[in-house]
Structure formats: C-alpha cells, structure tokens
Design a protein around this ligand. Structure first.
Ligand code: NAP
Length: 350
C-alpha cells in the first residue's frame, strides 16, 4: 500500500510462530494499511514469511530496525516482550504485546476492543492483549455484566494445543500418529494407554486431558487460572468479581472452549440472557439446540456461544463459549486494537 499516506511500518517479533502467521494473514485480510512489513524470528534458522504474495525474510531481532517501525506486534515470549516492549514504546513506537509480561501492570491498558477500547490512551503506547482463555469470557459476558452485573464466575476450560505454541502442536501430531493404529483390542475392549510424558506439556496430550496449564501456586491454582481471574477483573473493571477457574488442555488443535456459570446481580431468565448475548458485540449466538465446537469456531473471527440455560439458582446463567485462541485470543484482537489506534489518528506514519 505504498501510495496510502496513512500506511504505517509494521514490525512483528515472532512472525514465524503460531500467532505471528495468523497476524500476518489478519493484516492482509483486513487490508490493514502496511507501507512496509518487518518480520522477525528467533534467528535460529533462516526463516521467511509470505506477505502479499511475496516471501519476506524473517531474521533475528534487530533493535534499530524495530525502532524505525510505527507499530510493533510482540508475539514471541514474555522474555522477548520484557526485553523490547518498554524501550520501544518510550521511543514513540506503538507496541501491541500478546505475552503475559505487562497485562497486569496498572499503567498498561489490557484491551479487547469490543469490550474496553476506552482503556486506550494516546500517551500509553505499550498495550497488552489478554490471555486467549479469558478472551471468550471477556467478550461473551461483557454485555451481561454491563446491563445486569456479573457477581461471580465459575468456569472450566477445554483448551486447544496451539495455545501452547507450535512445538506443543508438533508434539500432539507426533503422539497421535504413533497411536493412530490403536483401535479396539482383539477382544473388543477399549485400550488402556500409559500416561506418557511430553516435553512441551506436563503429560502426554494425545487422547488425554491435562488439568494443568502453567505452574501451580501455593493455593493449588495454576498460573493460567490465576491469569484468567486477574485479567477478567481488569478488562471488566470489576475488582470484586469472584472467579473460580479450572483450566484444562485437551487434544483439539485450535479453539478454546469454556463451560461457564455466571451469577448475576439479579434473577435473570435464560431468555433474557439469550437476548443480551444476541446483541453482544463480537459474539455469535448459536440457534437454540445448536452449539459451537472448537472445530466449528476454528479459523473464524468471532466468539461463539450456545447452550445458554438457567443455572442452579434464579440468578445463575450457564453457557458454553468457543473462540479461536490464535485469532480472537491473540492475533486478530491485536490487529483490531491497532485499527482503533488508526481510526483515532493516534497511529500514523512518523
Ligand atoms: N498460541 C496462542 O493461542 C496464544 C494466545 C494468546 C497469546 N499468546 C502469546 O503469543 C506469543 C506467541 O505465541 P505462539 O503460540 O505464536 O508461540 P510459538 O508458535 O512458539 O512462536 C514463537 C515465536 O517467537 C519466536 N522467538 C522465539 N525466541 C525468540 C527470540 N529470542 N527472539 C525473537 N523471537 C523469538 C519464534 O521464532 P522461531 O520460529 O525462529 O522459533 C516464533 O516466531 C506468546 O507470548 C504467547 O504467550 C499465544
């Protein structure tokens, strides 16, 4: 887009990763005005990405080249974000970080544009995107929270392996293919698999479900469960919200699913909840009797909801949410945030 006077120089650190590749596709699909793309990788291997039909080299990070960008997407790791994020933002570059390095810093806006674009400020150039598990709930419950008030959330997740990066996904495929011939035993019994181990995940993931994402803290909660709670409180500006979460890795490829029970401020029928969900920005509500799955939501932009019903009390609503962790959970959300910055005239060629 060389002739567009509003087109900006875009840097991507982690361009060769799961999120980085989706980010490049989202920029293209949404016709984000890019005058120049500077992709970076770990530099461990000679790498390139495809952008607008061309192969663009993705070398190791070059800090001076990054500083020439108007906006930089950090989609690599907490360590890499900590190394570059603040310095780049202080030098005037807009920085959109998808790691967890800055999410809970009170000076860093943590943003889902449909929910809290008002947290963006022209002088806060370092912006965090939320944890991919939280995003579905952050979007899905936003209007219920605004219109009625959510007092308590109980949630269990069913998280795809791509949420742990490309090495973990490679491990899922390798383990699955080595077990692919396992069928019913000769006598028709279901096979008993050994627990097995993995190098990227705490247990073997093929044909399994692992109730550990991250490390466990002193109270027995995993770091992922702590993140979901703290980030949801920040995004909804609801410091007193009570949240119980159990986060689980399952052998789906992309698309995090959530089973959630929301306790509202007052009695609410399932019909009223459905009416609010149908109007929630960024959310697609399935027809009654239908529901989304990781496979139906994979590769799609919105958060999908279904199975909306009354919970155990008149104030409780149960629902099922699914969103693509790589898209709305990371890459797409950051591109949408950058679009808001462009629209407000804050992000422009320097
Ligand atoms: N996956 C998700 O669903 C998801 C959702 C929300 C947020 N996030 C966050 O997004 C980030 C990226 O996740 P991912 O799943 O895309 O991981 P990934 O598939 O493992 O990719 C990691 C990327 O970082 C690059 N990298 C590794 N070490 C580097 C270094 N020292 N300097 C510069 N680049 C380096 C890798 O380059 P090589 O190709 O050279 O190895 C690769 O491009 C993480 O912070 C993650 O927490 C991920």
């Amino acid at each position: 887009m060389p002739n567009n006077p509003k087109a900006v120089k875009v840097g991507i650190v982690g361009a060769t990763g799961m999120v980085g590749r989706e980010l490049i596709e989202s920029l293209e699909k949404r016709r984000f005005p890019v005058s120049e793309l500077k992709p970076f990788s770990s530099g461990r291997a000679r790498a390139a990405v495809r952008f607008r039909g061309r192969s663009v080299p993705a070398p190791g990070v070059d800090a001076s080249s990054l500083a020439e960008c108007d906006v930089v997407f950090l989609v690599s790791s907490d360590e890499v974000a900590l190394e570059h994020g603040r310095r780049l933002a202080a030098s005037g570059v807009w920085v959109l970080d998808d790691s967890s390095a800055f999410r809970l810093d009170p000076k860093v806006p943590l943003v889902i544009p449909e929910v809290n674009a008002d947290a963006l400020r022209p002088d806060r150039r370092l912006i965090a995107g939320p944890n991919c598990t939280m995003t579905g709930l952050g979007v899905g419950g936003a209007l219920l929270h605004r219109e009625i008030g959510v007092r308590e959330v109980r949630v269990s997740s069913y998280q795809a392996v791509s949420g742990a990066g490309k090495a973990a996904l490679g491990e899922l495929f390798a383990q699955t293919s080595s077990l692919a011939r396992t069928g019913l035993s000769a006598d028709g019994r279901a096979p008993v698999l050994e627990e097995g181990s993995g190098s990227e995940l705490p247990r073997a993931i093929a044909f399994n479900a692992i109730p550990q994402i991250g490390s466990f803290g002193p109270d027995g909660s995993s770091s992922e469960e702590v993140k979901v709670a703290a980030e949801l409180r920040k995004i909804w500006s609801a410091p007193r919200l009570r949240i119980s979460a159990t986060t689980v890795r399952v052998p789906s490829i992309r698309g995090h699913a959530l089973s959630a029970w929301l306790t509202l401020a007052r009695p609410t029928t399932a019909a009223r909840a459905r009416a609010l969900l149908a109007k929630t920005p960024g959310l697609v509500l399935a027809a009654e009797g239908d529901y989304p799955t990781p496979r139906s939501a994979g590769g799609k932009d919105p958060v999908f909801a279904g199975r909306v019903r009354q919970g155990a009390t008149a104030r409780e609503i149960a629902l099922w949410l699914v969103s693509d962790n790589l898209l709305k959970g990371a890459a797409l959300n950051s591109v949408q945030t950058a679009e808001v910055l462009l629209k407000r005239g804050w992000l422009k060629p320097r």
